[in-house]
Design a protein. Sequence first.
Length: 286
Amino acid sequence: MSHPKPNPRIKALLFDIGGVCVVSPFQAIRDYEITNNIPRNWVNFAISRSGTQGAWQRLERGEIQLTEDQFFHPFQTDLHNERVWDEYWDVYIRKLELKPGSTSALPRRTTMHPPEMDTTALFWSMMAVARDPDPIMYPTLRYLRAEYPSLILAALSNTVPFPPEHPYSHPTSLDRDPRSWFDVFVSSSEVGLRKPSKDIYELAVRRLGAFVSEKGAEAIRPQEIVFLDDIGENCKMGTEVGLQVIKVELGRTEDAVGELGRRVFGVEDLVARVKAWGNTGSTSRL
């Protein structure tokens, strides 16, 4: 099978990691909520409402360490905030109730207090799930690296800084080491910024510019970058800074790869092409 030429107006692909290139930690959250009878989306709501100084946000900016006193205790507090629990029901669920046809599947409030959770177990289940490469996107990255070496592959990810002695700090294989998959890797915990802050997007564009400059190529502009992310706020900011954005829905990376094929190569069958390429015995790694 011949390989289609990429759109010359697209110079780089910029990927989020969790939920795009590896299995989404949101899946672990969803599973935890179902298993423990916790109202749908409470965990994500509580994390987002903890604000810029929430434990999760500070961890991803590298401001605190992954210890009991610096992270796990404050994270437990954030997820048991009674004011946010009231807001979840009074604002979030109420808003959903106003949508036609949605009320039958909505949770009902049965307690005045947030549900008890083992937030340490929740956190590590999220990290464990996110160790696995996405079964659609990872082969696509391998295909792009092997067949389109001039196309820049980059990552912009909100990351967790594991302790140096932790096994997750030392991947044992290439398919467990997302950094090895990309030409440029911008990690929130290393640069002290996190999505959706505009500053980290602008930093990513500058680093891509520095990378192409080292190769002797022309400067890269935001509109020449396709950005894939699974969080709406992150996609919105990507659009604001001028990137071409593809929203990756939970569990639907195949759809995102299909859209990538249309945007970059003008084809409808990129998923099939990647599968056929893999079936030919192509074993090149990123």
